[in-house]
Design a protein around this ligand. Structure first.
Ligand code: 0X9
Ligand code: ZN
Length: 475
């Protein structure tokens, strides 16, 4: 049963039932208009290419991919999803003929978009559709490369073998290595270890529980100076983006274990860090489906689990690039902050007295430094300052031997997507420097970034975070 209609207040129940009925009708409404694949309007909603994207409230919802995994009852921890023979293709996407062909591909086959840039799009294809999809693109004369030729092999080799991980672990009183991706218990155990070992600068608090009851742990690192400005960092909103919690915990390690080596402007910040903002999804990617993105909200339509937490924040919620379909990868939820994970962040900020000047949300992939707005192709009045900081950081990251990052407003540089946490940080909380950082890589391995790139990725992310700290301290 939906929590929406569990209110004890009769009037609320009545209103909620009406709202629920309207939503059910809307969700189940047939597509009343659908652009033909020859109509040149292919566009993107996060992981999913769509035809003629419609705003959330529009009843002509564009076609979005269902998630057939949820309909498969055999999927469980005993029967994890296997991606044997599944491939990632990089397809040219730089003229209208090519865009139409890609839209056609999405219409006909169960393909999901993983990323795009100005000239190409990364599409994920399961094995059964590969031969026909290849024919379609060849007939349309659209060039493409097979970037990953067996996703299951990539998954099986992304972490070092268990015996190697075991050797590295437990050397320092905790299990984190940054040579491997770790389970939630290792990450949470590490935060507790820091709070116990360095109680004068570290404290850990649970800001709430996930839908399945896991704690949302925030580490505060502070020297206690009353004048300190504060920086928020989160990772792991999207479950499958494993490099994000790995990077965020690496930054924590530098801030705490190597504290004396850090510049004064870094030591004089109050850092609030939530390494795993979607703990249920994260565990699900370890145990059942490596490519899960959303939280684990039980099905609201009897078929598909999960809400995209980065569509569930309450600034311009439910507009472009967010879906009302529970099976879509970009399902925005039943209302803004309907999910305990996003609501916990909201409650935390509402109660906190800290002087937040920056809000950094780490994702992958694509190597982008994105600033608001994400909900549309607009920019805030102070966009030049956000852009300057982003560009200065990108130069430093590259100079240090790191990867190249593109900088820009996310609605234009990537795609419009509403309900993101970064927009909420800026638009509702009024925090000046809000960024979403899409970490490595730029497409060779996508979400399955080999663990041997954790440290190099984390080092460039650390440079970014420190540049933010320097700017809010010294201007
Ligand atoms: O679509 C997203 O949520 C982010 N990309 S991802 O591939 N990691 O899913 C980008 C979010 C950018 N910010 C907003 N659109 N507000
Ligand atoms: Zn993401």
């Amino acid at each position: 049963m939906l929590p929406l209609i569990l209110s004890a207040d009769y009037r609320a129940v009545k209103v909620n039932v009406i709202v629920l009925i309207c939503i059910v009708i809307a969700v189940n409404a047939p597509l009343s208009s659908q652009a033909s694949p020859t109509t040149p309007t292919a566009d993107v909603q996060s992981d999913v290419l769509v035809i003629s994207p419609q705003p959330f409230e529009n009843s002509t919802e564009p076609e979005l991919l269902d998630n057939p995994r949820d309909e498969d009852e055999s999927v469980s921890t005993d029967h994890p999803v296997k991606y044997t023979g599944a491939q990632l293709w990089r397809i040219s996407y730089d003229d209208q003929v090519r865009k139409n062909a890609v839209a056609d591909l999405q219409h006909k086959f169960n393909v999901a978009m993983w990323n795009l840039n100005g000239t190409s799009v990364d599409m994920f294809l399961k094995k059964p559709v590969i031969a026909d999809a290849r024919k379609l693109l060849e007939n349309a004369k659209v060039p493409f490369d097979v970037v990953i030729d067996d996703l299951q092999h990539a998954i099986d080799t992304e972490n070092p073998p268990p015996e190697v991980i075991e050797q590295l672990q437990n050397r320092k009183g905790h299990r984190m290595t940054w040579s491997a991706y770790h389970r939630l218990s290792d990450i949470h155990g590490y935060l507790e270890y820091l709070a116990n070992t360095y109680p004068e600068i570290c404290s850990v608090q649970s800001i709430g529980n996930s839908i399945e009851g896991r704690p949302l742990l925030v580490l505060r690192i502070s020297n206690g100076n009353a004048k300190n400005k504060a920086v928020w960092i989160d990772g792991g909103i999207h479950a499958r983006e494993w490099i994000s919690p790995a990077t965020v915990t690496y930054i924590i390690d530098q801030l705490v274990e190597y504290r004396e080596d850090q510049p004064k402007y870094v030591q004089d910040i109050d850092w609030y860090i939530l390494p795993v903002a979607n703990p249920d999804g994260y565990e699900y990617t370890h145990l059942v489906d490596r490519l899960w993105r959303k939280n684990r909200r039980p099905s609201v339509n009897g078929r598909c689990h999960g809400v995209d937490l980065n569509r569930n924040f309450g600034y311009h919620w439910g507009e472009q690039g967010a879906s009302r379909q529970p099976c879509a990868e970009t399902f925005a939820g039943m209302s803004a902050f309907s999910e305990p994970e996003s609501l916990a962040q909201k409650n935390f900020f509402e109660r906190s007295g800290a002087d937040f000047q920056a809000f950094l949300s780490f994702h992958s992939y694509g190597q982008y430094i994105l600033y608001p707005w994400g909900y549309d192709r607009f920019v805030p009045p102070d966009h030049k300052e956000l852009d300057r900081l982003g560009r200065e950081a990108a130069v430093l990251m590259k100079k240090s031997g790191g990867a190249s990052y593109s900088v820009g407003p996310s609605g234009s540089l990537l795609y419009p997507a509403s309900g993101g946490s970064d927009d909420w940080g800026k638009g509702t909380l009024g925090i000046k420097y809000c960024y979403t950082i899409e970490l490595r890589d730029s497409g060779r391995t996508g979400f399955i970034l080999p663990a041997n790139q954790i440290i190099s990725t984390s080092k460039e992310a650390q440079i970014f975070a420190y540049k933010v700290a320097e700017t809010i301290t010294h201007g």
